[in-house]
Design a protein around this ligand. Structure first.
Ligand code: UD1
Length: 368
């Protein structure tokens, strides 16, 4: 088949939580007849540990285009992705742009594609925290408003979209593609891989991550969270791979002192981090992905936020919303420790087979 007869899908990745969503899909489509795939890395995350290491480890192909936008204010970052991505679209003339998740690159690429009349597929559509102060919520709403194919991870996503007036014909419940990546790598995720850096015993430690601006940029909120973590770390070892944004905030002030008993590490690679989480007794974070991964693993998770766009992890999983008050985090911790882990509790279609379902929807759209 000549190149001109091929349908081109451009996949857009840019920040750490994107890579594990796109990897299984590129794999599922690699032998699909009549389809050419192009991978664009916007470079929103630029540290090796936050980006390139993930690309390599997850078996993603080398990106065909690197936009190298780096960090900046929301407007500057979004604008830089738009300028770079417009050139990609004009050169490669994709038949479909696939965006994932809710980061600035997701929204920026969607705006470009929409104005060039290129159809958009949004993988992880329909999630809503209903918190307009969260930059990701704005990215979700704009991206879903522009998308032609809305691929949802759970039924609450379908409900949100229908309420917003999205026609049912555009919505496809495909399940959670992150769980495909998790299930594929779980056999490799053993504590032996990381024991040189993290001396912990299976089921006898906690893992925490923290990076949301609302939690780490305000010293009062960060102080309240770290107070709870300090208390928990006196009862059980806590491992804390520190996001670059958070590392900056911990440098200033005396907040870092509360982490005296906590095992701090650099951001870990995907399999190393999965080794850590899958063997933990409890996970605490403000991350969207960890709410999902802990649910798939059946390990209790405390969400240190006031809301979640992933309610299914509470109704069908192991997640608890504890907020950011010290006492509430500690209450949540005690309740979670009294509960037995239950790996059987999982939302429907979080089964490791989402990429195949997405590939089917995309092929039908392109060839239909
Ligand atoms: C971004 C996403 C967020 C996602 C998170 C995962 C948006 C609006 N936010 O937030 O949804 O959960 O990624 O990590 O898109 N930095 C580095 N090295 C890097 C990347 C960032 O040092 O590779 C520093 C930046 O200079 C900046 C800070 O970390 O000071 C924050 O990075 P930024 O990309 O602005 O947003 P995130 O907080 O990572």
């Amino acid at each position: 088949m000549s190149t001109s007869n091929l349908k081109t899908i451009v996949h857009v990745v840019g920040a750490r939580p994107n890579y594990m969503k796109v990897a299984p899909l590129i794999d599922a489509l690699k032998d699909a007849p009549g389809i050419r795939q192009i991978l664009v890395n916007t470079g929103q995350h630029y540290d090796d540990a936050m980006s390139k290491a993930f690309l390599r480890e997850l078996g993603l192909p080398k990106p065909d285009r690197d936009l190298e936008v780096g960090s900046a204010s929301h407007a500057v970052q979004t604008a830089k992705v738009m300028i770079g991505f417009e050139q990609v679209c004009l050169q490669d003339r994709p038949d479909l742009v696939l965006v994932v998740g809710d980061v600035n690159s997701t929204m920026a690429a969607s705006l470009v594609a929409a104005k060039l009349m290129i159809p958009i597929a949004h993988l992880e559509a329909g999630l809503r925290s209903f918190d307009p102060a969260m930059p990701e919520e704005i990215n979700r709403i704009v991206t879903d408003r522009l998308a032609d194919l809305l691929l949802t991870p759970s039924a609450d996503g379908d409900e949100n979209l229908l309420k917003e007036g999205v026609p049912a014909s555009k919505i496809h419940l495909v399940g959670n593609i992150m769980i495909d990546t998790l299930m594929r790598h779980l056999p490799m995720a053993t504590l032996d891989r990381i024991r040189d850096r993290v001396p912990v015993e299976r089921g006898a430690y906690g893992v925490m991550t923290l990076h949301r601006p609302s939690n780490v940029d305000d010293p009062v909120v960060l102080g309240r969270i770290l107070e709870a973590v300090a208390e928990i770390s006196r009862q059980m070892p806590i491992v804390f791979p520190v996001h670059p944004r958070t590392r900056e905030r911990l440098k200033s002030g005396a907040l870092g002192d509360r982490l005296a008993n906590v095992i701090l590490t650099e951001p870990l690679g995907y399999i190393d981090f999965l080794s850590l989480t899958s063997n933990a007794r409890i996970i605490m974070s403000d991350s969207g992905g960890l709410q999902e991964e802990s649910t798939a693993l059946g390990i209790p998770h405390l969400t240190m936020r006031e809301n979640t766009e992933r309610p299914v992890t509470i109704t069908h999983g192991s997640n608890r919303m504890v907020g950011t008050q010290t006492a509430a985090i500690l209450d949540g911790y005690r309740e979670a420790m009294a509960q037995k882990p239950d790996p059987q509790r999982r939302p429907p279609l979080w089964d490791g087979k989402t990429a195949g379902r997405v590939a089917t929807v995309l092929q039908k759209f392109l060839n239909g």
